[in-house]
Design a protein around this ligand. Structure first.
Ligand code: KE4
Length: 428
């Protein structure tokens, strides 16, 4: 019994599935999840002392890599002065001012403790602002585990094939319209039929929870146009894409101005922090200013804010995203060349510092195409790469992430490992 297996057996006695978030349990890929003991730069070490090149990065937050010295120092310095006050601090103003500066579509922002809290609050705010109940989301997109959003969700919910969760009241699910991603005509038809009842669209501007799907230009344009036409709120869920695909996030990359945006992951630098924000006339509806209630004991927590400020300080360095995007693309190019040399049906793509790999001839453009990709092949690839010391997301329905700590040598080693795995798969 390895130490990982021992810990997993023990964990399952007191924690449902042995994990505190379902996708960590390896149920989609099989086998034993790795219990990590240490992370440094691009690497993590598991309980058996094995080192991995990490392409999950805590599911996106660790854009600087593990235990970035500046981020850790900021947290340590802050902790020495107290962990939490439940009262305002100056650092929260600094982070709010920085977010508003870096995200021009936001006049105001509220800090929370997770991406789920950010999207849950944004939905409630859109409903309060419009006085409408219906919301539009897209199949395979995941926006956290708030009731209204766990309807045909992605990520863990998709990974286990139960996209709609038990426990969500039918009358609530009824107000969630689930449409196809990258299907502008269907979106237009639904708005023409029900637009006056629709409070908002919430969308991952680059989908990352059904593996990576890049948005069609006409899909994003249709959303903006229809929300303007019918008075609905356009919410860009940038929890994953925020400061991941570029300094301007996805809204900057594609030049679309949403009415509300949600953030998480990178903005907390690995500590619990999320945010939602947008146009002043909408944000002024938020308590205590307005009638839409939203609150949190640890909202704007000093340690999370310190980690977020230290992280966002470093990503503004000249050339940061050019280097990150370039390194991520070189990973993709290397994997594509290796699969071609070994004759494996494989495709891949990247957007900024996030990427998708698919055992399919071409990158999927729709949820149906994702579901048609060879999941069994991915699972074989996942475990073979794990054996070779490369830690990919333990699901065919997740995106991967490169950090600023990944070097060209790390990318080359990853490609070499993949090529030997492709060769093994060819022989099998
Ligand atoms: P959290 O509540 O997990 O901080 O954020 C929810 C969320 C909201 N929106 C998007 C676009 C997201 O990707 C997420 C969370 N992503 C998943 C993985 N793709 C988190 C990993 C997990 O659930 O353990």
């Amino acid at each position: 019994m390895t130490r990982n297996e021992d810990l997993f057996a023990r964990a399952q006695k007191t924690i449902p599935g042995g994990v505190n978030s379902p996708v960590r349990a390896f149920r989609s890929v099989g086998g034993t999840p790795r219990f990590f003991t240490k992370g440094e730069g691009a690497c993590v070490w598991d309980a058996d002392g094995k080192r991995y090149l990490d392409y999950v990065g805590s599911w996106g937050p660790l854009i600087l890599g593990h235990a970035d010295p500046d981020v850790v120092a900021a947290v340590q310095r802050t902790a020495a002065n107290g962990l939490s006050f439940g009262a305002p601090t100056e650092a929260e103003i600094e982070l709010a001012e920085l977010l508003v500066k870096l995200v021009p579509s936001m006049d105001m922002v509220r800090l929370v403790s997770s991406g789920t809290e950010a999207t849950m609050s944004a939905i409630r705010l859109a409903r309060g602002f419009t006085g409408r109940d219906k919301i539009v989301k897209f199949e395979g997109c995941y926006h956290g585990h708030a009731d209204s959003l766990l309807v045909k969700a992605g990520s863990g919910a998709l990974t286990f094939g139960n996209p709609s969760s038990e426990g969500v009241p039918a009358n609530l699910a009824r107000d969630t319209l689930v449409l196809d991603y990258n299907a502008p005509h269907e979106l237009a038809r639904v708005f023409h039929e029900q637009g006056r009842d629709i409070a908002c669209i919430i969308v991952e501007p680059v989908a990352g929870n059904m593996n990576l799907i890049a948005p069609r230009r006409d899909f994003l344009d249709a959303m903006r146009k229809l929300c303007d036409q019918y008075g609905s709120v356009l919410i860009f869920d940038e929890v994953m894409t925020g400061f991941r695909v570029g300094l301007g996030s996805a809204q900057g990359l594609y030049g679309i101005t949403p009415d509300l945006s949600t953030f998480g992951k990178v903005v907390g630098g690995g500590m619990p922090l999320g945010a939602f924000g947008g146009r002043r006339e909408i944000m002024e509806k938020v308590a205590p200013l307005g009638p839409v209630y939203q609150a949190g004991t640890l909202s704007g927590n000093p340690l999370s804010v310190a980690a977020g400020l230290a992280t966002l300080e470093k990503v503004q360095a000249r050339g940061f995203y050019e280097a990150l995007s370039g390194r991520t693309q070189s990973l993709i190019d290397g994997l594509l060349d290796a699969a071609k040399r070994q004759g494996i049906v494989f495709s891949a793509q990247s957007v900024g510092g996030m990427f998708g790999v698919y055992f399919a001839a071409n990158p999927p453009v729709t949820y149906a195409e994702v579901m048609a990709s060879d999941k069994a092949a991915f699972n074989r690839f996942f475990h073979a790469m794990l054996e070779k010391g490369v830690y990919l997301a333990p699901s065919a329905f997740e995106a991967g992430f490169v950090s600023a700590a990944h070097t060209d040598a790390d990318i080359a080693a990853t490609v070499a490992a993949a090529e030997s795995v492709f060769a093994e798969m060819k022989r099998a």
